[in-house]
Design a protein around this ligand. Structure first.
Ligand code: HEC
Ligand code: HEC
Length: 291
């Protein structure tokens, strides 16, 4: 005969019979619903372990693969293979077709635009803004104002080789830091600021403009042209329009002339496959300002 466990007077719960210094341990079993869920999850995990990949087996450099042989990676690889197979012919065709012929093939053009748009979002939008709207120091690609040129050939060259970048054939030019390097005095720079303001058709100090004219001819015209309309071969911007790469207010112009800017556009040739550079070229050309 087993002895009936003692019942605690206070709570009406049975005790386990353990006692420390007069304190008795109550026997409070886990609720049944809890035990059922607990046992259930053990059963489910065993079933899962048998069917699905589970334990790593590091000594064999593998893992328990499970009866279903499921693998995320294999799925991913299959998806990528399918994608490559569906795109492959278009990629090859795009790489082989001269850029000016792509627009005559609607299917290829669609492909190039879609691929160009997505590659632009991945690689270019950080600097040029989404959709190529530009930002201070990063030219807008949606307008028809080009630093280096807006034909398909020009755009492709810029993307492939970069600007003031690392490629051997990078586009290059260097506006001197006239103030920092002491080539012009602050007074002369102030005059030139007025001259640039005047060039862009705004009201400027006439005396300063007159003083700056010979300075501009001596120091700036080589790149920006006598008339200030810029030189594409040097990426020197047109100073007579209202489109500014860095800004057209007097302080910003003074800063540009004093310290120069020398914006860098990365070289993409070798980093992106040729078909993707072609797609980007078509996309950028189509943004609104292609020549
Ligand atoms: C790290 C920033 C950066 C990234 C990324 C970048 N660019 Fe540029 N890009 C520039 C800068 C800066 C210039 C202007 C350089 C200068 O002062 O001449 C420029 C100029 C250009 C030009 C010449 C515009 C003109 O008016 O002639 C084109 C075209 C261009 N980028 C396309 C792209 C494309 C396409 C990508 C993506 C593959 C890209 N850029 C990624 C910074 C960037
Ligand atoms: C060696 C060629 C060269 C010379 C000389 C030169 N520039 Fe520039 N300039 C450039 C280039 C290239 C840029 C494009 C900005 C960059 O460097 O990223 C530029 C940009 C500018 C800008 C900014 C335009 C904008 O849209 O924000 C101003 C203003 C300017 N130059 C004024 C001058 C003045 C004034 C002089 C003469 C004191 C001068 N530059 C001499 C090549 C030159």
């Amino acid at each position: 005969m087993t002895e009936r466990p003692e019942v605690d007077q206070h709570s009406g719960t049975e005790t386990t019979g353990h006692e420390w210094d007069g304190i008795k341990e109550l026997n409070t079993p886990l609720p049944r619903w809890w035990l059922i869920i607990w046992a259930g999850s053990i059963i489910i995990s065993i079933i899962y372990m048998v069917l699905m990949p589970s334990w790593p087996l590091p000594w064999a450099n593998t893992y328990l693969k499970g009866l279903r042989h499921y693998s995320e990676r294999a799925h991913f690889e299959q998806d990528m293979a399918k994608l490559a197979a569906s795109r492959g012919p278009n990629e090859a065709k795009l790489a082989q077709t001269p850029l000016d012929q792509v627009e005559k093939d609607p299917d290829l053009l669609n492909f190039a635009m879609a691929a160009g748009k997505s590659a632009f979002g991945d690689n270019c939008a950080t600097c040029h803004g989404s959709g190529g709207v530009g930002a201070k120091g990063f030219p807008a690609l949606v307008d028809d104002d080009w630093l280096w040129g807006g034909t398909l050939e020009d755009i492709k060259y810029t993307i492939t080789n970069g600007i003031r970048s690392t490629g051997d054939n990078t586009r290059f030019s260097q506006m001197p830091a006239f103030g920092r390097d002491g080539m012009l005095t602050p007074q002369q720079i102030n005059d030139l600021v007025e001259y640039v303001v005047h060039l862009s058709g705004r009201e400027a100090d006439a005396a300063a403009v007159a003083r700056a004219k010979p300075l501009f001819e001596d120091n700036c015209a080589v790149c920006h042209g006598e008339d200030g309309k810029g030189t594409r071969a040097l990426g020197a911007p047109n100073l007579t329009d209202a489109i500014w790469l860095y800004g057209g207010d007097r302080d910003t112009i003074r800063e540009t002339i004093t310290n120069a800017r020398q914006g860098v556009m990365p070289t993409w040739g070798g980093k992106l496959p040729p078909w993707q550079i072609d797609a980007l070229t078509i996309y950028v050309h189509s943004l609104g300002g292609g020549e």
